[in-house]
Structures are given as C-alpha cells and as structure tokens.
Design a protein around this ligand. Sequence first.
Ligand SMILES: Cc1ncc(COP(=O)(O)O)c(C=O)c1O
Length: 415
Amino acid sequence: MSDRYIQNLFADRIGGKNYGKGTEIYKFEKIKRAKRAALAANPDAELIDMGVGEPDEMAFADSVEALCQAARKSENRGYADNGGTLYREAAARWLKNVCGVQGIDPATQVCHSIGSKAALSILPACFVNPGDVVLMTTPGYPIFGTHAKYYGGQVHNLPLLEKNDFLPDLASIPADVLKRAKVLVINYPNNPTGASATPRFFADVVSFAKKNNIIVVHDAAYAALVFEGRPMSILATPGAVDVAVELHSMSKAYNMTGWRLGFVAGSPLIVRAYADVKDNTDSGQFLAIQEACAYSLDHPQITQTIAAKYSRRMDGLVGVLKGLGFNARKPKGSFFLYVRAPKSAFGANGQRIAFESAEAFAQWMITDRLISTVPWDDAGAYVRFSVTFVARNEADERRVLNEIGRRLGASRFEF
Ligand SMILES: Cc1ncc(COP(=O)(O)O)c(C=O)c1O
C-alpha cells in the first residue's frame, strides 16, 4: 500500500511520520462533537449557538448586485494577480474617510489579500528565518504563528489580561527574546476578548517597534465594527507607516466571509515583500469580487447598519449575563463578549458542579443547557459569546436572549 510510504514522507512541521496519529482532540472539534451529541439527545430542542465566529446574514443586496454586474464584464475574467486598481483605490479612500488615515498611496501602500487569513499565512515568509521570534498576543487567532513555526521561527506569547484591559504588556518581554524578535502581531478590536486599542497604545507600539527594530502586523479584521466613535487604524498613528502594515477584511464588516477579500496597507517596503510572496502563492481574487467590494467600501453605511445590530444584541446579552452574576461589560467593538467562566453552577440534577476550566464550563453549557460558547484557558478561564447567533428579527432576538436567561436562571453561578 502506498499509504505506508506516504506516511513516512510527511514533513516534520506537520508531525512527520506521526502525522494524523495523535489522539489529541482540538477545542473546536470537541465543541462540534458536544453539539452533535446534545442535539442527538434532544432532537426537538433549540440549540442556541453563541459560538459562531462569522456573521449570521448574507452580504447586502447592493453589493451582490454590484458583483453580478461586474461578473458580466469580459475584462474581469482573467487572473487578477496583484492587480485590481478599483479595490486598492477604494481601500485608500476608505482608510482616509472612515479611519482618518491620510496619504496612503494605493499603488505602493495597498495590496489585496484573499482574506486576512491568507495575508497572515503569507507575511511570515517575508520575515521569519529559523530561530527568529514572533511576538503574539494570547488568546488569539493563531495563523501568523503557525506559519512562523513552519519556517522555524519561535512564538513568544503575550497574555491578554483583564487587569491590563486586554492589551499586551510590552515591558514584560525578556531582553534575550526581544533581541531575536522581528515581528509583533496585534489584533484590535480583539478576537476573542472584544477589547479595543487606544491611540496611546498604538503610539507605544510604534515607538516600541522603532526602538527594537521590529515590524508590526496589525490584524484589523474587526476594525470597522465599532459601537462608538470612528474605527481606529494604527496607520493614523504618527510614524506607523514606517514600521507597520494593517490587515483589513471584508468578511465581518460587510457580511462577506465567503467572498474572500481583504487588503494589506501601510509600509511600502513591507507591502512590496508581501506582494512578491503573494505573487508566488496565489493568482489574486476575482476582479468582479474586487469591484463589488470596492463599491461596498465606498458605502460604509453598510458596516454601520451591521454594527448597530451587534450593538443592540450586545446590550441585551450584557443585561442577561449581568443578571446571572457574570461580570459582563459591553465591548467598544467586534461581535464578541468575553466573560470570566464561573467556578461552579447548579446542574439540572440539583447538584453543584465545579468547573476546573473554561472548557469544562463550555462543555456543561452545551450538554446541560444547550447553549454553545467558545472557551479560552490561555490567560485565565473565559468564555466567548458571539452576538452573531441566528434570529429571524428583533423580536426573535429578544426571545433568544430571554431564553438564555431562562435556561441559566437557576444555575446560581459562583465566580
Ligand atoms: C482575528 C482574526 N483575524 C483574521 C480572521 C480571518 O478573516 P478573513 O475572513 O479576512 O480571512 C479572523 C476570522 O475569524 C479573525 O478572527
């Protein structure tokens, strides 16, 4: 059987000869399994899914119409490669009009990505040699770190703690780590904590980067989804374009997760290196998608409508969770509410159950209460509720939130 020698050919970075033989089950797979089991045990019950990390609605009708029209144009049919002038110009306009970033040159300081995930997987190739260190916040979206490790790099984790408003403590990095560090990856509004950055924090990051000869990758996938004020870009910080790139995405801000488009903007030198490796990785996103997304970027009211919905849902959810004893505070943006997991609760059988981790609490929530959340135990025990749950309309939204309150009402949580 050829499988036998194929098994011996796998690269060490994915486990070598042991690839696929591990028995460890990853968190998201455990959640999926628990959901399936809970549904099988309660076939007629409604599982309330607060674990989803993507919008619950489709793209706005005008964006879809713009795609239909653009798809009919012969000139949009071929490989886009790194091209797509309409989108890169719309991106520079959007940064200026929505985030107040002046002077971004669309030709040299913007290049599209097939979603920010793709950009996070490409950028490590530009900077990481074996032994180099990448500074990353934890908990967080791991893609940059995964690829950095593929190239022999090391990840130094910076915990996001409530006492620091979920901002990393840059002064905590040991000198020998800092000496080998090349990249700092940050993400605000943050997944999963929902925290936002401040102008002061961005200014500190820029001066930290310059002082230590480090580049900054700001993953701004949720940047436009804010509940107050205007979206914040690190590129509006004086000096940031010398050392940073920012990754934006159509996925969350425009309900376009499946469309696969975003952009990398900032330092011309970093953007050029990204574009060179990208050119050797993909052939660009369909120009018709780029054109429809350029139309969407020029209509930021789409995002404002989406953000208003999440803000309303967030208010409701914070109210329900506070009533149950959670220390829930409405974030300034994103669609995530991150709350400390309780230490114990009363179960359906009237016995108090202790939770030794957020994961144990989340498993209980699915199994006992048919409510799905995502647990994080990386820097304290927390669970993430996402307000992208499915509801038919505002009345149904309120029903779902009340139902959460009802299902958890008798739990007498201890924290
Ligand atoms: C923090 C963060 N960055 C990037 C992404 C990827 O987004 P995209 O759809 O643009 O690839 C996600 C998606 O969940 C995310 O949460």
